[in-house]
Design a protein around this ligand. Structure first.
Ligand SMILES: NC(=O)c1ccc[n+]([C@@H]2O[C@H](COP(=O)([O-])OP(=O)(O)OC[C@H]3O[C@@H](n4cnc5c(N)ncnc54)[C@H](OP(=O)(O)O)[C@@H]3O)[C@@H](O)[C@H]2O)c1
Length: 333
């Protein structure tokens, strides 16, 4: 059954345009082939998803493009009903590269424009696909305001060229935003960040909301199947938190559904990923059903574990002490 569009809440971006309160992630990681992810996208459009979170580095945009074309051609949807995001990868930060990357994503996704284009990570550090967690690229370097702004100016040009409606940032911190926002001609419409009950980033969330920047929450279920290289022994799984399990029992739903309801009610846009049709249908339909109570929202707010899962250690530069260096945990860049 299709979830009716009228029942799916929307969020409003700073210029008044709307975006669905929930989308679907498309990072198949090491587990799912591009074909499987593209099939899930086709199925998800049929059941009512309109927001899809894509990225060139996920290696499946050309497959997902066929899913969009299929749905547009068979009359399931019009282009302006979809909200498609993509991201420039870290190896395309050089002068002229952002336009090349965006054009390639558009060609692969078979679209004339993107709704939102992100800078995936705020530095040009990248690693070989599937590399080990302790591998280091000798070319990696710390964040630089001037390097970032030269990327952002290329992003602004894409808006002027009509290649994307909005631009956004991802994996940012308050110190980095404080440094770059005053230098941006076009402010980011959204910031993609890790957000789930075990990692709520309350300060960054508030910082964005106060500036009319929409927080988009990745790993909303705590990414239980993320690659081994992204796991450490101290990680806390959102769906295993006793508070989440108790609330899930009270509502007779899976803990993943509590994570999604919490995200939508709090005000971020979650982008859960699964290729399992039963699960992605549930993830969407749950936002139209019974809400969490104020008390349950409070319990979850207090249960935050400040446990970052996507630490980004593979992006560290030589001489960096540890992954905390990427996240300005001492309040400075
Ligand atoms: N900007 C960035 O740097 C960045 C970083 C990471 C992720 N992202 C984006 O965020 C998206 C989501 O992140 P993610 O995939 O890492 O984590 P996630 O959505 O938190 O977790 C995905 C996992 O949750 C399970 N799941 C989904 N729905 C479920 C349900 N209803 N019941 C039980 N289990 C359920 C899936 O299990 P099964 O596979 O077994 O179905 C899958 O393993 C990505 O696809 C990507 O688009 C962006």
């Amino acid at each position: 059954m299709m979830t009716s569009q009228q029942m799916i809440p929307v969020k409003t971006l700073s210029n008044g345009m709307s975006i669905p309160c929930i989308g679907m992630g498309t990072f198949g990681s090491d587990r799912f082939s591009p074909e499987q992810v593209a099939n899930a996208v086709s199925g998800a459009i049929k059941c009512g998803y309109r927001l899809f979170d894509c990225a060139s580095v996920y290696g499946n945009e050309s497959y997902i493009g066929k899913s969009f074309t299929g749905a547009l051609n068979d009359g399931t949807i019009e282009r302006d009903e979809l909200f498609i995001t993509s991201k420039v990868w870290n190896d395309m930060h050089g002068k002229g590269d952002v336009l090349i990357s965006c054009t390639k994503s558009l060609k692969d996704l078979k679209l004339d424009y993107l709704d939102l284009y992100f800078v995936h990570w705020p530095f040009p550090n990248y690693h070989a696909p599937g590399c080990a967690g302790d591998s280091r690229n000798p070319d990696s370097k710390p964040f630089s305001v001037s390097d970032f702004i030269s990327v952002w100016q290329q992003m602004e040009d894409l808006v002027d060229l009509g290649l994307t409606k909005f631009i956004g940032m991802s994996n940012m911190t308050i110190p980095k935003l404080e440094a770059v926002l005053p230098l941006c001609k076009i402010q980011p419409a959204a910031i993609e960040m890790e957000l789930h009950p075990a990692f709520q980033q309350p300060e960054l969330f508030k910082y964005c909301v106060e500036r009319e920047i929409l927080p988009i929450g990745f790993c909303p279920i705590g990414s239980p199947s993320r690659p081994e290289r992204d796991k450490t022994p101290d990680d806390i799984s959102a769906i295993d938190m006793p508070e989440i399990i108790k609330i899930a029992k009270a509502h007779n739903v899976h803990p993943a559904i509590v994570c999604i309801k919490w995200a939508v009610q709090r005000g971020q846009v979650p982008i859960p990923f699964t290729v399992d049709e039963v699960k992605y249908r549930r993830n969407l339909s749950c936002v139209t059903e019974e809400s969490l109570t104020e008390e349950e929202m409070q319990i979850i707010a207090q249960a935050d574990k400040n446990c970052r899962l996507i630490k980004g250690q593979v992006f560290l530069w030589e001489g960096a002490k540890g992954w905390e260096d990427l996240w300005d945990t001492d309040g400075t860049i």
